[in-house]
Design a protein around this ligand. Structure first.
Ligand code: A3P
Length: 292
């Protein structure tokens, strides 16, 4: 998959203990994110990778245009709702008109200090980590900026060690959720969105104080379904250059289900995962839907 001779060498480079992808992320920018000046109208969607980031980019950009898909269709999701850890994000952020809506995979310790003064809003999206692991395994196979795993078992170990971009899933979700009271914070899960997308979109719209008619909500939801996003080149990163994503080896919108981990985890891996989960999540009262 990495045969194209011109592809740059991407590798994980830690900054203060958090892995960044060289050539994609900028340590200088990430180091400054804490000092980004936050406005009340700023919105940050925070996720561990593969938890539905692209889904939120779609939903939030559609909410902003009241469901009018013709207004979003000429832009990639990542252009409508950019990442803040990317190379050129600071300039973009400072000069962008409000509301500035951004996504990030950064852990809590890097985030703008203004958020803790209850400026801006944070939406944290969590997904059950077994499905995150499987989704991330597939993503590693076709994302050229990540190391192709030898096999599932090898990737399982890497994920458990936190030796991936995003680092340890447990630490990510714990760090954000244990500080939720400091911020204007909305917690949602991928599984709730699968179960009742309308209810979650309504919660998001109300959290952001956006008034949408029932028809406008219908339009947002209609264009955020798995099927419609998969068929929408802008909403599934078909245009991202092959140097980053090898489209012959996978698709960004892959399966979109709950419980796919059952097709991958061995009984032993599952038992081990459960044990680690119980131990690491003891003090965090979050519960996940593992299967539907
Ligand atoms: P799968 O690989 O399990 O299919 P992220 O954007 O954080 O990288 O998350 C990608 C995951 O979210 C993929 O999971 C993708 O299919 C899923 N996803 C994205 N949009 C979705 C939608 N509209 N409905 C269901 N799942 C969606």
């Amino acid at each position: 998959s990495r045969s194209s001779g011109e592809a740059p060498e991407y590798k994980l480079v830690p900054l203060r203990g958090f892995n960044l992808i060289s050539g994609i992320h900028s340590p200088e920018v990430v180091d400054q994110v804490q000092n980004f000046e936050i406005q009340d109208s700023d919105v940050f969607v925070i996720t561990y990778p593969k938890s539905g980031t692209i889904w939120l980019q779609q939903i939030l950009s559609l909410i902003e245009v009241k469901g009018d898909v013709t207004a979003t269709n000429n832009q990639l999701n990542s252009e409508r709702v950019p990442w803040i850890e990317l190379l050129d994000s600071r300039k973009q952020f400072v000069s962008a008109p409000s509301p500035r809506i951004r996504v990030s995979h950064l852990p809590y310790k890097f985030m703008p200090l203004g958020l803790k003064q209850k400026k801006g809003k944070v939406i944290y999206v969590a997904r059950n980590p077994k499905d995150v692991l499987v989704s991330y395994f597939h993503f590693h196979k076709y994302a050229n900026m990540l190391e192709t795993p030898k096999d599932f078992d090898t990737f399982f170990e890497k994920f458990m060690e936190g030796n991936v971009f995003g680092n340890c899933w447990f630490e990510h979700v714990k760090s954000w959720c244990s500080h939720k009271d400091e911020m204007n914070f909305l917690y949602i899960t991928y599984e709730e969105m699968i179960k009742d997308l309308r209810a979650v979109v309504e919660r998001i719209a109300s959290f952001l104080e956006r008034n949408l008619t029932s028809q406008q909500l219908n339009d947002v939801i209609e264009h955020s379904t798995f099927k419609n996003m998969k068929n929408n080149p802008q909403a599934n990163y078909q245009q991202i250059p092959v140097i980053l994503l090898n489209h012959q080896l996978g698709t960004f919108l892959r399966k979109g289900t709950v419980g796919d981990w059952k097709n991958y985890f061995t009984v032993a891996q599952n038992e081990r995962f459960d044990k680690v989960y119980q131990q690491k999540m003891k003090e965090v009262p979050l519960s996940f839907i593992w299967d539907m």
